[in-house]
Design a binder for this molecule. Sequence first.
Ligand code: ADP
Ligand code: TPW
Ligand code: MG
Length: 581
Amino acid sequence: MTISESAEKMADGAQEPQELTDGFHLIIDALKLNGIENIYHVPGIPVTDLGRMMQAEGMRVVSFRHESNAGNAAAIAGYLTRKPGVCLTVSAPGFLNGLVSLAHATTNCWPMILISGSSEREIVDLQQGDYEEMDQLAIAKPLCKAAYRILHAEDIGLGVARAIRSAVSGRPGGVYLDVPASLLGQVMDAAEGAKSLIKVVEPAPAQLPGPAAIDRALDVLKGAKKPLIILGKGASYAQADDVVRNFVETSGIPYIAMSMAKGLLPDDHPQYAGAARSLVLKESDCVMLVGARLNWLLSHGKGKQWGEPHSKKFIHIDIDPKEMDSNQPIAAPLVGDIESTLTALLEKMGSDWKKPSDEWTGAIRTKVESNVAKMAPKLQNNNVPMDFHGALGRLKRVFADNPDAILVNEGANTLDFARSIIDMHKPRKRLDVGTWGVMGIGMGTAIAAAVETGNPVVAVEGDSAFGFCGMEVETICRYKLPICVVIFNNSGIYRGTDTDPTGRDPGTTVFVPESKYEMMMEAFGGEGVIARSPDDLERAVREAIENRKPTLVNAIIDPQAGTESGRIGNLNPQSVVSKKK
Ligand code: ADP
Ligand code: TPW
Ligand code: MG
């Protein structure tokens, strides 16, 4: 019903005045009914009032300076909560700015919904040049898990329910929800509207592998002499922390954790083989993947790093059947959710499970201890200018004393060194660039981490990485969030030493040397600190965690300290021709 129709109906006096609702409120009610309380947003036509009304209705609406950052916030909110993180944007350009993060969420298997306003369908479809004209639904479709458009107010409940279920069921991912401007103003009877809403029942149903699959996997495990478990961010997403721990400890199998799975069990766990990664990947004869894909981050399960070809059997737990055999033959596929699958395995393992030999676990322990001892003196250096080890050695201590603090991490060297140096002690406390290695996730991630958990957040940022999202320090100050941004300022991408061979311009990877990033935080009322020594750095970060004030620590790092592309320099294409020059 249009506004004029319903007004007419009320005016003719034939009936009781009708209580009405509209598209704006139905969207809000549908989200709230499904437990979605936080919205990551950039206002503008046609969604400005929607954002305002969401706030008025008690939702937490965080207004960003750029949709990429709002979208990255929604993506990580999905990872942290197992509910879709919601990003709300305007049409065409705002939608496109949000779309990268929707694709990022999908790639990482995190549930997210991008709700974008859109222009008049009739004009868009005839390409008559409407305000911010774009066929958003068609553009979103190939980049996310599902995409829907709602045309009628009475379908809002259904549209939101479909979006939620699509985002969180099976392998989670990003969903696009197209909300035409004309939908928001549509009115309908309030009671009918309330009845049209859907509370999604069991949005992510448990999924169990059959008993034969469980037996097969246990047979493969029993036959292994040198088994290894790899925990991925699917395992930390699953929030089955106790079951994961119980399985690892009951099996006695050494494990390594992919970047965002660090801390799922504490990194100082006696079975943690992180510091002997090369040894276990090479020598193991059976690898059990738990919520981790054999993608580029694990060299597709082959190559020198993995030892002799065909020397291992793989067991793989994943909710998506298509993941099996994607890179290596999987001897024992376990298609199911991690909690149900590990529980089923545990039930059949019983209490007298034979743990791996001391020979295998002992060799790993020896390697871990010698590598940790080798690293220790480097981490204690107090060099000025700082190198990555000196600076991160101090942050390692800060996180050991503050296990609930959330570490957000991006950059190249800054990412790779921090990942291996800073131990995580609790699940889902390390948030980073994910499967694509996206620069610029830092501020959106930090903001959502603070909003969703209330915990203090320390964002350890390469200076380049920070540049992709730095304007959100204003958002951090405006919402008074307990976020400490630490910029590892080596004056460049990878290093600060590049030059232009012609002498005309700065080198392509360098920035203004020793830029005063701390002034950006001061500009908006936060604390800005320059740290030149590890002592300065440690003091400033401890203080920021303690007082929960928005803080930016500009940590000046030796421009020579990094290496090209951090630890993945081998992925840069090479040519004999360019080498010769
Ligand atoms: P990492 O980068 O840490 O190796 P990936 O993102 O590559 O992790 O892999 C995560 C995997 O976890 C995905 O294949 C996804 O389908 C899977 N997954 C997500 N949630 C669950 C769950 N609840 N149970 C089982 N598998 C899951
Ligand atoms: C969206 C390519 C990978 S790492 C990096 C870039 C630009 C910056 C590294 O410099 P930084 O870290 O952050 O100063 P450090 O410690 O090594 O000096 N655009 C996007 N994503 C990626 N990954 C890139 C470009 C890249
Ligand atoms: Mg840098």
